[in-house]
Design a protein around this ligand. Sequence first.
Ligand code: ATP
Length: 298
Amino acid sequence: LYRLLPRVSGVNNGLAQINGEWPFVERVAEILRTDDKEYVHSGELPFQRLEEGIRFDGVTLTYPGSTRPAVHNLSFTIPRGSMVAFVGTSGAGKSTLVNLLLRLYDPDTGHIWVDGKDLKRLRLTDWRERIGVVDQDTFVFSTTIAENIRFGRLDADDGAVRRAAQMAQAHEFIAQLPAGYETEVGDRGYRLSGGQRQRLAIARAVIREPEILIFDEATSALDSRSERLIQSAMGELRQDRTLVVIAHRLSTVVDADQIYVLQDGRVVEQGTHPSLLAAGGLYASLWRIQAGSAPAYP
Ligand code: ATP
């Protein structure tokens, strides 16, 4: 974590220092605010690629200063190459899973196994290099679209920027902007819509060619066209990746291989979209609420 500090401060005075780790910056900043935290230590085992999958095994985490576990005795598997989704009402523990996967926190009890090895034993830089994160709130820097995508991988050439944008279903809207990829965005430039920002975030994550992609969906409502485009981007991305989706809109996860429904830090239901609908439980009622109204949870 301390290794990241100069990069965090580099956001203000020289973006070149961020070196591809910037998706973690906001989450790291959150942790830096809790001063009673024991920082995680890197393990020693090299990590190159996922062979079988990730397994949470009885994982419990209580945040420092809190009295209640944010996640409680969680067990589930994310097989390599699958799309696994987590849904649940606000505060159910979805973002905590991401924090654990990124090793911003370690479990108090239980284990996270990666191909049978405890995640704590893996070299942290190796692990994080192979993960891409599409965060809830995409930070748009005041520079060109191309540079905004390149923040995912600073040495990416124009072809790679374009391919990432295509995969994220962002190329079409970018091509229509006044100066295409060179259009200035952010505070003083062209204002991107919520859906465009999310696709920019996907492009920024996929340009790193991550093996595991975590998509922590924004809560903001999207127009139906943006929603369709993001769904189609995810359809393409799942082809050769392991996709972990934290979903606020259930429409995002209808095609997931497995959906886990969280409530108060526990898995209360699991299955595919049709099987969960048929079960008539929490998922089915969330689906009914969303189908009848706007996107986010009640
Ligand atoms: P949302 O859909 O609103 O993002 P979530 O399902 O992602 O919610 P989490 O953010 O994982 O839920 O929160 C789970 C529980 O942990 C909540 O009770 C929350 O208040 C608590 N929590 C989350 N982050 C922290 C933190 N850094 N310190 C203390 N408690 C936290």
